[in-house]
Structures are given as structure tokens and as C-alpha cells.
Write a protein of this length. Structure first.
Length: 75
């Protein structure tokens, strides 16, 4: 869904501190790049969209998402 954000939503993404961002794949039934099912393997695709929206560097998005996921799941 982030790929279809309107200007207000994109502006909100730019205002969120990178340490407050958590990217995820949405629901399993939503397609990513024509793939039949959505899975966590496509989280990089979502991070790319956030990177293109601006202000956040792809590496930072992926790093903070990984850190938050480890904390969430106590890994």
C-alpha cells in the first residue's frame, strides 16, 4: 500500500523518525510485483518504497526494522 500513498501520507512518512519506523509486508493476500502471495521475504520491496518516498536511507530502514523485529520476538 505504501507504493500508492498520497502526498499527505508520503509527507507523514518523511516526518517519522527512522527509529520509529517499522516496515512490514501487509497481508498475505496482497500481491507484490505480480507475485501470487505476499510473504515477509518482500519486506525489502516495502523498504525500497519508503526509501523512494524520501528522507530515509534504505540501509537505515532495513537495519532498524531488523532491530525492532529482534526485540519484538525476543531474538
Amino acid at each position: 500500500m505504501a507504493a500508492r500513498f498520497d502526498p499527505v501520507q508520503k509527507s507523514a512518512v518523511r516526518e517519522i523518525a527512522v527509529d520509529r519506523l517499522l516496515v512490514e509486508t501487509d497481508s498475505p493476500y496482497m500481491r507484490v510485483r505480480g507475485k501470487l502471495h505476499n510473504t515477509p521475504v518482500y519486506v525489502g520491496e516495502v523498504a525500497n518504497v519508503v526509501d523512494r518516498i524520501g528522507r530515509v536511507i534504505l540501509g537505515e530502514v532495513l537495519r532498524t526494522t531488523a532491530e525492532k523485529s529482534r526485540r519484538l520476538y525476543n531474538l
